[in-house]
Unconditional design. Structure first.
Length: 115
């Protein structure tokens, strides 16, 4: 079973930055494309950033130019650097493989951006 654990969320003011981490088991990160998803309260979970095994990245238009996804296979970790945060970035952030595995959703990490 693929297990990924998110961390790094918190409360930040508009315009601030946060860096999220997604830690997997020894081979989970290196052998899979990994994506960050987010779910605002009362809304659907959506994909916002993804990184392929080879390091190619893709972003949703809403975060392009502000968020950066990266991976460190030696640390079994995928990061999401979030800059210029906006109120509408407030959500629970999750990581999972791409395509996602239904049984691999974790608890997520809450990001709250105060206006």
């Amino acid at each position: 079973q693929v297990q990924l654990v998110e961390s790094g969320g918190g409360l930040v003011q508009t315009g601030g930055s946060l860096k999220l981490s997604c830690v997997g088991s020894e081979t989970t990160v290196s052998r899979n494309a990994i994506a960050w998803y987010r779910q605002p309260l009362g809304q659907q979970r959506i994909l916002i950033a993804a990184i392929s095994i080879g390091g190619n990245t893709n972003y949703a238009d809403s975060v392009k130019g502000r968020f950066t996804i990266s991976r460190d296979n030696a640390k079994n970790t995928v990061y999401l650097q979030m800059n210029s945060l906006k109120f509408e970035d407030t959500a629970v952030y999750y990581c999972n493989t791409l395509p996602f595995l239904v049984d691999s959703w974790g608890q997520g990490t809450q990001v709250t951006v105060s206006s």
